[in-house]
Design a protein around this ligand. Structure first.
Ligand code: ADP
Ligand code: GLC
Length: 503
């Protein structure tokens, strides 16, 4: 079958600039597609973080005129490659929008305000309108005409709109199709209707069947309405977002377009996330060398968090954006109980200041049992995956979740709430599943501290008193293969369907 030509647009890409799992997907799906013989390019903003990452960046010579509002802004197109691959990454340069995430408290989308709280940059609508438009302007410089432009999340929600409404009749765009992936429906990019003027799109598109959502311009809705196909990152989340409980107001729209909506579980990149060759670990290990490797990584983790180096004490680990999605509140409520059970707890995260304060206060009360690192630290994320005995991920909702899939491979059974991708990737260690030899972790349904606590009690009971069963869960977990090949094949089918390319 002939290879496809794909342009993937994302607001973050691992190795260059990252705040969460979208970056991991935007870095590893293109590599997997290229390995399957497709021609792939990625396009993202040229943030300060990309400059600082130290990747070699070259000029393409292209200067794009990008219309935003009444102005046409200048923009150079630079180029690098995805780490460890030949896949080109086009970088949209416009310093007034993207050269700002290098001061303290300034990230890709937000800044810390004097009171300590985090606020979106006030010009995010303009920044990502600009970026989405630049994606279309970059097309003639790729060296190929894409069959599909694959946009991701609200930051690129206008890409399918611009394609249909502003570029379709221009040479080179006629047959380009679009796929839009929802990585998280809670972030919609909702702005006042005055933002319509920035887009340069005809005002009549601002109606409830298209771009308008309760008197606002909604970027995520725009992507959903205009893309040829829409998917999200697990089949369960694809079903959940069609319900009022999970749809964040867009469930009706999604039920209406269910014919073009699907769910594809993310893959993970085992080049980066496998204890057999993870350069961030004190010791590498496989299923065969698990006992010694885990012990060395646990001692290292305890040291890194200044906790007593006790091999016999179970360590519960958590790595997450500290936002309400991740169930940090449940963990904090159940945590005193975990300490009574004789556990140590380690947290790595960055996010809402109230969680920062609560975690700091909790650690101050129990300095010899609780470790907290507030900030983004790649190496520590790997150390927590490897050094913990159980990984906590009791999310309110979880579109896919990557951390629980990483923890499977690290032999660190995850304790998850059975929602979204967590439900699709973890097999609960019930007596029945243990007997069947299929369990890979621990899960519960009800979003409550009690349910989390009881599940951890059960997991610790297996860990301490039914070592054979716990070892079986670890073995099954480590043997799971969530590599990209299967997911990339599903994306390939989706692209072929929208592009009408069957051979
Ligand atoms: P989400 O995208 O909702 O944040 P995922 O589980 O899909 O959740 O992906 C989170 C990714 O971000 C993982 O690669 C995880 O290791 C990483 N991550 C999250 N918080 C931190 C942090 N404070 N430091 C380092 N890595 C982090
Ligand atoms: C989002 C979701 C997470 C998912 C990631 C990558 O950030 O919160 O569940 O794994 O995107 O798709």
């Amino acid at each position: 079958m002939a290879g496809l030509r794909i342009l993937l647009a994302a607001s973050e890409v691992a190795g260059l600039a990252k705040t969460g799992g979208l970056a991991d997907v935007a870095a590893s799906l293109p590599r997997a597609l290229a390995a399957r013989g497709h021609r792939v390019a990625v396009v993202m903003p040229y943030y300060a973080a990309v400059r600082r990452s130290g990747v070699p960046v070259e000029k393409t010579g292209a200067a794009l005129p990008v219309p935003v509002g009444g102005r046409t802004l200048a923009c150079r197109l630079l180029r690098t490659r995805l780490p460890n691959s030949d896949v080109p990454v086009y970088l949209v340069e416009h310093p007034p929008f993207f050269e700002r995430d290098d001061g303290p408290g300034r990230s890709l989308y937000q800044q810390t305000m004097p009171g300590g709280y985090k606020a979106d940059y006030p010009d995010n609508a303009e920044r990502f309108t600009f970026f989405s438009r630049a994606v279309l302007e970059a097309v003639p410089f790729l060296g190929f005409t894409p069959d599909v432009i694959h946009a991701n999340d609200w930051q690129t929600g206008l890409v399918p709109v611009f394609l249909n409404e502003a570029y379709r009749t221009k040479p080179g765009y006629r047959d380009v199709r679009s796929v839009f992936t929802i990585h998280n429906i809670a972030y919609q990019g909702m702005y006042g209707t005055e933002v319509m003027r920035l887009t340069g799109l005809p005002g009549w598109l601002l109606n409830p069947a298209q771009l308008e959502f309760h008197g606002h311009l909604n970027f995520l809705k725009a992507g959903i309405v205009f893309a040829d196909a829409v998917n999200t990152v697990s089949p369960t989340y694809a079903r959940e977002i069609q319900t009022p409980d999970y749809g964040c107001g867009l469930d009706g729209l999604l039920r209406g377009v269910s014919g073009k909506l699907s769910g594809i579980v993310n893959g993970v990149d085992y080049d980066d996330w496998d204890p057999a060759h993870d350069r961030h670990l004190a010791a590498t290990y496989t299923a065969e060398t698990y006992a010694a490797g885990k012990a060395a990584c646990k001692a290292d983790l305890q040291k890194r968090f200044s906790l007593p180096e006790r091999p016999d004490v179970p360590v519960l680990g958590m790595v997450a954006r500290l936002v309400s999605q991740k169930g940090v509140d449940l963990v904090l409520s159940a945590a005193p109980g975990f300490l009574d059970l004789g556990c140590q707890l380690v947290f790595l995260g960055d996010g809402d200041p109230e969680y920062h304060d609560e975690l700091n206060a909790f650690k101050a009360r129990h300095p010899d049992k609780v470790g907290v690192f507030l900030g983004f630290n790649e190496s520590l994320a790997h150390a927590v995956e490897a050094g913990s005995d159980l990984f906590l991920m009791p999310s309110r909702y979880e579109p896919c979740g990557l951390n629980q899939i990483y923890s499977l491979r690290y032999g660190t059974p995850p304790v998850v709430r059975a929602t979204g991708g967590l439900a699709d990737t973890i097999v609960n260690a019930t007596e029945e599943n243990l007997k069947a030899g299929t369990a890979t972790g621990f899960s519960f349904d009800e979003f409550s501290a009690r349910a989390l606590y009881e599940t951890v009690v059960w997991a610790l009971y297996l860990h301490r008193s039914r070592k054979g069963d716990f070892a079986q869960v670890v073995r099954n977990a480590m043997a799971q293969d969530w590599g990209w090949d299967r997911s990339a094949a599903e994306y390939e089918r989706l692209y072929r369907k929208v592009a009408g390319v069957t051979a």
